[in-house]
Design a protein around this ligand. Structure first.
Ligand code: AMP
Ligand code: MN
Ligand code: MN
Length: 322
């Protein structure tokens, strides 16, 4: 697929992204939704996604998202964005039934799924990749806003190394629509509630460094989340804060999602390929940002993760001739 342009005649189209949707996922889904409404106006278009963080209400169409997945419809086309089939969660059976199953993603760990796919790991975000697949004459201010925000979220606001010259060119084209980018980024990326800031402080206070301070780990338990009246959506940004600490090559953040079950986020400055670490435990992601879900005690999980990380750090030291 070179462009999203062969949908004429398709009557029912669904779009979805991954469980626990992040900024790139929500914004990509919203951008494609708006775009397809213009490209195939006669089609029924449905969006299936877990309820996104409230901050994404800055996008008008978020209200159209269906977070109930009990449907018998067999769609003509299903777009799975920013993930592989497994991470579609409850939308997976709907995807599996669809006639055309199209996967658009930028995760290096994704080998592609469905019967048509575009997976380009060198793209900063699924939003950037989608923009390249769109007919730009159909892009309006609302689509531009969504693409811009998706890119901003996955690049840490144009800061991470996945930001390419082309990423900046696209951002520049999008800014010409004149939306208030500064307020959008402030509201969706930087602004934290008091309780979100408190739990971040608590997580940093409880962090532990190991492997000569090259790695750092922290964990938030369900009890802590209850105490601060926060949920998983309120923990965004903690792992990036840990990774920003001077001298840290690799950071691990975990939060409890069930009994002996943890959602793990990994970040790296590039010395360790955390996508490889996450894949070992059934997850995936990118070289510098990846995630997985792990069963077992907190300490067992740290032991298992740190073995993989240590092996890579040793390898890197050998290559540097240290
Ligand atoms: P997170 O720490 O959850 O924000 O994830 C970091 C990056 O890894 C994001 O690009 C995620 O989409 C990706 N990721 C997280 N968990 C998984 C997983 N279980 N499988 C594949 N990719 C993941
Ligand atoms: Mn994502
Ligand atoms: Mn992404």
């Amino acid at each position: 697929m070179k462009k999203i342009n062969d949908l004429t005649g398709e009557k029912t189209i669904a779009i979805s992204g991954h469980i626990r949707p992040d900024g790139d996922c929500v914004c990509s889904v919203m951008a494609l939704y708006r775009y397809l409404k213009k490209e195939v106006p006669a089609a029924r278009i449905d969006v299936y996604l877990e309820e996104p963080p409230a901050v994404f209400q800055v996008l008008d169409d978020v209200k159209d998202i269906k977070s109930e997945f009990n449907t018998d419809i067999t769609y003509d086309v299903f777009f799975a964005l920013d993930c592989n089939e497994e991470r579609l969660g409850d939308a997976q059976p709907i995807f599996a039934r669809a006639r055309r199953r199209i996967n658009i993603d930028h995760h290096i760990s994704n080998t592609g799924c469905g019967n048509e796919w575009v997976v380009e790991p060198e793209k900063s975000s699924t939003a950037e990749l989608l923009y390249e697949l769109m007919d730009h004459s159909l892009v309006d201010e609302e689509i531009a806003k969504a693409i811009y925000l998706g890119i901003a979220h996955d690049t840490g606001v144009f800061r991470f190394s996945n930001t390419s010259p082309r990423t900046m060119e696209i951002a520049s084209e999008l800014l010409k629509f004149g939306f208030d980018f500064s307020s959008l980024i402030e509201k969706t990326y930087y602004e934290k509630t008091y309780l979100q800031s408190q739990i971040m402080g608590r997580a940093i206070l409880g962090s532990v460094r190991f492997m000569d301070n090259r790695c750092i780990v922290s964990m938030v338990s369900r009890r802590m989340m209850e105490f601060y009246c926060v949920g998983p959506k309120d923990l965004d940004g903690i792992v990036n804060q840990l990774q920003g600490i001077k001298g840290v090559d690799c950071s691990i953040f975990m939060y409890e999602i069930g009994t002996l079950e943890y959602k793990v986020s990994l970040r790296s400055n590039g010395t360790v390929d955390v996508s490889k670490v996450a894949v070992k435990f059934g997850g995936g992601g990118h070289v510098r940002a990846a995630g997985c879900t792990m069963n077992g005690t907190y300490h067992d999980n740290i032991n298992n993760l740190s073995q993989e990380i240590e092996a890579q750090l040793k390898q890197a030291s050998l290559q540097e001739g240290k």
